[in-house]
Design a protein around this ligand. Structure first.
Ligand SMILES: *[C@@H]1O[C@H](CO)[C@@H](O)[C@H](O)[C@H]1NC(C)=O
Ligand SMILES: *[C@@H]1O[C@H](CO)[C@@H](O)[C@H](O)[C@H]1NC(C)=O
Ligand SMILES: *[C@@H]1O[C@H](CO)[C@@H](O)[C@H](O)[C@H]1NC(C)=O
Ligand SMILES: *[C@@H]1O[C@H](CO)[C@@H](O)[C@H](O)[C@H]1NC(C)=O
Ligand SMILES: *[C@@H]1O[C@H](CO)[C@@H](O)[C@H](O)[C@H]1NC(C)=O
Ligand SMILES: [Zn+2]
Length: 639
């Protein structure tokens, strides 16, 4: 509630026909502006409060963002194709700090496509299985990699292929390495990009990482990669099925692969479970892991039914491990959720409801253009959003098309259905060309819960979770409180039970406090020899007795105040200020004490000055701030 005064002298002035001062409009305007901004914040629903230490760290991040912007404004990285800027991102100070930022969980990942291809190759090359690692060279550009005994024609031992086999094969395994001129030329043509990406999923997928000796090392590498970037919790997507194998030369039909797993993939899950358990023992800051069972969205209804039953069985057998179910692959080419509606109905009828985490609305296409070539399924991609909501999805993957459906945004907000945003993936697959226009900014500010993840960082070829956070931080206008909310959302909207979440938040808060202390020390150790600050103007220049008014101070070179108490001085009255950025500081005008008799009759102007060193020295300006006398309050201001 904003209260203000209406001035007696002003009324008198009006009565006598004299004109209002420009300052009057400024004051009125500033009140409306504050109210509009405050209402906008409340609408989004996030807690933006920071304590004193967090305030300093926020100042520091804001300062680092400003520096990064100064260094990159002519080629602003979030607006550029990420493949050309990865090294620059990784070398930046912003990246270094964001890497340490406690991100909570990463909830939208495809299991076999997160650990760096280089690490997966090292794991195999370091083991005796290197002798069995073959590459299919018979069809150029359709490379395949597999662990085999006595492979068929057309396969060559990787070891024998080149002087530096690892380096050579890495050029065939990631999207960034196989991206062609056509893809570069048409950056929003997602179909071209998918056609390059999709074959890579097979190339270093399940057939490599599920050898009985590799699966544990692969899982460990996954958890380590996450924790190394301060991600404490993971949910990954993978199909259910016979996965774990040993090599056995008598299994001639499969060229040496003997599957020792069940049809539902129990062994794989048990193996992963035990690795996670051990990892938490040695890394108690790690929270945990859950699996989303997925199917390929071009499977027949029969096959989907079978997968759904597998998922239900698994979630009954491993209730703490199985999070739910999803459908994956290029949505524009696959079957719609409507197509499988009977399958979901069947589960519902059997009271076997699974939590759903559907990829939905990952498309550039308008609602009325049908992209799927499947004649029996005339439902457009964007329409999957309706069905995901009706089927009770807990979260929605990507949801790019939601931007064209503000009413559905409202539904997601009220049902607390989170959007899993994967900014780098969205850019690489042609859905978002410039991160400054990513639709998840709108979702977040609308109050739809948003989480940040990385989809397939290794198969894309950028490997690192923090690259997505760099894009968000630099391109989305987010501050420390916003980033904190993203981390919070990643635990709150995870598949963890409420008791698991209590434990998770405890671990996360520990990591948060550690981060704040470390960054505060860093921020307060900075020395600024740069140019002296100067003030260009304040807004508004006037307020009314007796309330305090938010006064914006504009100028340059405010960075020296990051770790300092900044004071604004209005005549003899000082008040504590808040660093906004290098060019802006906010302070509150003091409550001006005067007898009501005087206040009703006299306006009082005071010189404005500011201190960047907690009051030791004040920088004087030529600006004055005026308290207007008044005789009554008006209850509210409307913009
Ligand atoms: C592979 O072996 C080398 C040398 O023993 C070791 O330094 C490296 O960490 C190993 N890498 C993996 C991924 O196991
Ligand atoms: C699920 O479990 C039931 C009961 O054990 C079993 O009869 C059924 O075959 C399983 N379904 C699948 C698809 O594995
Ligand atoms: C997470 O966010 C929720 C809702 O915004 C809030 O109630 C809760 O206190 C937050 N938890 C932490 C640990 O910040
Ligand atoms: C700023 O100055 C006040 C009053 O002199 C003092 O109490 C306070 O501790 C100082 N704060 C800092 C952060 O130095
Ligand atoms: C104040 O105004 C005077 C005269 O216009 C000018 O010379 C001086 O530089 C100004 N000082 C500041 C701090 O702006
Ligand atoms: Zn995905």
């Amino acid at each position: 509630m904003v209260s203000r005064c209406l001035c007696l002298f002003l009324l008198v002035g009006l009565v006598h026909g004299s004109s209002l001062t420009a300052d009057f409009y400024e004051y009125e305007h500033s009140l409306k502006r504050n109210m509009l901004q405050e209402d906008e914040r409340k609408f989004a629903g996030w807690n933006k409060d920071l304590n004193e230490d967090e305030e300093i760290v926020n100042n520091y991040l804001t300062y680092l963002k400003w520096q990064e912007f100064q260094n990159t404004r002519a080629a602003f990285i979030p607006s550029r194709p990420i493949q050309d800027y990865l090294n620059q991102i990784k070398a930046s100070k912003v990246y270094e700090v964001l890497k340490k930022f406690p991100k909570g969980g990463s909830l939208h990942l495809h299991h076999n496509h997160v650990v760096s291809k280089s690490i997966i190759l090292d794991i195999i090359i370091n083991s005796s299985l290197y002798e069995n690692l073959y590459v299919k060279t018979s069809e150029p550009n359709k490379w395949k990699l597999d662990i085999l005994v006595n492979p068929p024609e057309g396969w060559t031992k990787l070891k024998d292929i080149q002087d530096d086999p690892k380096k050579f094969i890495l050029t065939k395994l990631t999207f960034l390495n196989v991206m062609d001129d056509q893809a570069r030329k048409y950056p929003t043509d997602s179909a071209i990009r998918w056609s390059l990406l999709e074959p890579l999923f097979d190339r270093t997928g399940s057939s490599l990482v599920n050898h009985v000796d590799i699966i544990k090392k692969h899982t460990e590498a996954l958890l380590r990669a996450a924790l190394d970037e301060n991600i404490q919790y993971l949910e990954t997507k993978s199909k259910a099925g016979k996965k774990v194998y040993i090599l056995d030369s008598s299994a001639t039909e499969t060229h040496g692969k003997r599957f020792i797993d069940t049809d539902s993939g129990d062994k794989e899950l048990q193996s992963i479970s035990s690795v996670v358990e051990n990892f938490i023992k040695t890394h108690p800051e790690f929270i945990g892991y859950k699996r989303v069972v997925n199917s390929f969205r071009r499977y027949s209804k029969e096959r989907i039914m079978n997968d759904l039953h597998k998922a239900v069985n698994l979630s009954k057998n491993y209730p703490n491990l199985i999070a739910g179910y999803d459908l994956v692959a290029e949505e524009d080419l696959g079957y719609s959720l409507m197509f499988y509606q009977e399958n979901f109905q069947t589960l519902l009828a059997a009271h076997d409801k699974l939590p759903y985490f559907f990829h939905a609305g990952e498309t550039n296409w308008p609602d009325d253009l049908l992209t799927s070539m499947l004649p029996e399924d005339p439902v457009s991609t964007a329409a999957n959003l309706y069905d995901a909501i009706i089927l009770g999805a807990k979260r929605i993957g990507h949801g790019i098309a939601l931007a064209n459906h503000p009413y559905l945004m409202k539904v997601l907000k009220s049902k607390k259905i989170a959007i899993e945003a994967n900014p780098v993936s969205n850019m690489l697959l042609g859905y978002v060309q410039d991160q400054r226009h990513h639709p998840a900014i709108t979702y977040f500010r609308y109050g739809v819960p948003v989480v940040i993840s990385a989809d397939d960082p290794a198969t894309f070829g950028y490997d690192l979770f923090t690259a997505d956070w760099y894009e968000v931080f630099m391109g989305w206008g987010f501050d420390l409180a916003d980033l904190r909310q993203l981390a919070n959302n990643s635990l709150q909207y995870s598949a963890m039970s409420s008791s698991e979440k209590i434990n998770a938040f405890e671990k996360w808060i520990k990591a948060w406090n550690k981060f704040i202390q470390e960054m505060k020390t860093e921020a307060c150790g900075l020395h600024f020899n740069s140019d002296q600050p100067f003030i260009s103007n304040i807004f508004p220049r006037e307020s009314y007795f007796p309330g305090s008014t938010k006064v914006e101070v504009f100028g340059r070179n405010f960075e020296r105040s990051i770790c300092q108490t900044v004071l604004c001085k209005f005549g003899d009255y000082t008040s504590k200020a808040l660093y906004v950025n290098n060019n802006q500081i906010t302070c509150n005008s003091p409550i001006y004490f005067k007898s009501s008799y005087q206040a009703e009759r006299q306006k009082a102007s005071f010189p404005f000055s500011i201190s960047f060193d907690n009051g030791t020295t004040f920088l004087s300006t030529n600006l004055t701030f005026t308290f207007m006398p008044c005789y009554s309050r008006i209850k509210s201001v409307h913009y």
